[in-house]
Design a binder for this molecule. Sequence first.
Ligand code: FES
Length: 263
Amino acid sequence: MTTTASRPGAEGSRAAISARTLRTDRWWLAPLITFLGLTAWVTYATVRVFMHKWFYVDDYHYLTPFYSPCLTDRCGDAAEFGTPLPSFWLIPEAAFTLPFLLLFRLTCYYYRKAYYRSFWLSPPACAVPDNHKSYSGETRFPLIFQNAHRYAFYAAFLISVINTWDAIRAQTTGLGLGNLILWINVIMLWAYTVSCHSCRHIIGGRLKHFSRHPVRYRLWTVVSRLNTRHMQLAWITLGTLAVTDFYIMAVSAKWISDLRIIG
Ligand code: FES
């Protein structure tokens, strides 16, 4: 077979085969599962964010991460940072932070791969042709804004600090299953956040000699190890966020009682 190293799309750059792809495995399964998983999660999160109720358990200070920090009059005792936002139904309680979290996830290297494959089919899998005629990559509007990821990382870092504060505050009331769920979620959020490719670059990038920066080198090796699990952490945190929110909703709505261990 003759191969050429010319740029993609140039005449003669592809072998002349009539089949759409020569792959015979179930290459479509992964993008299909990704499509269903992300669609289900986004639907759940959207419904919850605009529900405006069952987001806080007064007795144990459980606040769902979807409403943190809580900034409208509806927040009651959950409003730890004031109530600067109007209580209009289109405005989520956490309207200051949700856009940054959305930006962080949307521009994440892993999620980019996930939705380019499963939603845009561009391409749907390796060795399966793109479903679009042209491809300009991330060099032009609008995808050039994917470069904002490095800035979104700093915002996500601060939001993880707020989530940690929520878990600490809930801890002051004793210990229940809700506390354990909140802590597991926070730990996983930190693991996902620091395993970010931008974080890895901030810590260990642009260094000519690791030997002259032993602390950064140590941190970089830890982050690099986590970074190899970034995809798994991306999915795990979607799961822990949904479970945490659902549990707090269920306790707040009095469908179930919190399982208390202490207090
Ligand atoms: Fe995924 Fe930064 S690359 S969060």
